[in-house]
Design a protein around this ligand. Structure first.
Ligand code: FES
Length: 92
């Protein structure tokens, strides 16, 4: 799957078993993160295209947030190519 950062135009590949956060780090892209288990919400970002599934049953997102397209990259596995907004991302 290909993950693209809409604002920066950067993109990287994610293996099926890789979270968006892991794939970003492997590609040298630093995204905000802290707990890495879907509870602290430090990594929350808006996805404007594509789909994900979660490695945990209850990622710390409300139904409304999910509906609006917010995802938690630390526990999100892309299930299609993905477009995300991550203005705080930086290159390592
Ligand atoms: S890093 Fe804590 S929810 Fe993703």
């Amino acid at each position: 799957m290909k993950v693209t950062l809409a604002g920066q135009g950067w993109s990287f590949d994610a293996a099926p078993s890789q979270t968006v956060l892991q794939a970003a780090e492997q590609a040298g892209v630093r995204l905000p993160s802290s707990c890495r288990n879907g509870t602290c919400r430090t990594c929350i970002c808006l996805s404007t295209g594509g789909t994900v599934r979660y490695t945990v049953d209850w990622p710390g997102l409300s139904l409304d947030e999910k509906r609006e397209g917010y995802i938690l990259p630390c526990v999100a596995l892309p299930t299609s190519d993905l477009l995300i907004e991550a203005p705080a991302a930086s290159l390592r």
